[in-house]
Design a protein around this ligand. Sequence first.
Ligand code: E4P
Length: 227
Amino acid sequence: MLFMVDSADLNGIKKCNEFFPISGVTTNPTIISSAKSDFKKLLLDIRNIIGEDKMLHVQATADTAEEIVKEAEMLRDFVGGNFYIKIPITEEGLKAMSMCKARGIGVTATAIFTQQQALMAARAGADFVAPYINRLDNIISDGVHVVEEIVQMFDKQGIKSKVLAASFKTCEQVHKVAMVGAHSVTINPDLFSTLIYHPLTMYAIDAFESDWSMVYGDKKVADLLAE
Ligand code: E4P
């Protein structure tokens, strides 16, 4: 399962890019707006941080297929590198997905809440479909179950589209979508740190340091080998 950063916070993206094995960055209009900065500069800053090879998913804001495609082409040319246009699942959106694929533009179908939306988007050529886990859980639906059925459906029907599970609030949600076969998740920078935190890990590291220093003092492995 691939990990992506769901953020436009440059410090958060920098940290995740440096320390975590991320495959890309996803944004949406809410995330971009929350950065309250120049749109073009923000996109270029994100691209500069992650480089050309990692995926950058940016959402279209237009309502009609033709305008969405125009935005997709402009964004692809502007952002460069490994780029995906995020398109919400609507009738115009589906038409735009097919048109973008025909033009060789990577497509992520977003705002997915049902299995059939995912199937339709996949048939329209979406490379990724993005179901919103926490928003489903919040309405007493079951985000993990929706992901599980999308994965099964794609497998059974030989569909190559990947699930990019989105909208997470907890590590448990991330773990559960991994267990049902999600191909990728996009999560905020804080959740990356929470996913690897465990007090017993910190306890173990403290004990290693304390035992080592009783014998070797302040010297580290490299110091001893260099002697
Ligand atoms: C990703 O495609 C979504 O835009 C995002 O994960 C939504 O997350 P939220 O429900 O926390 O806003």
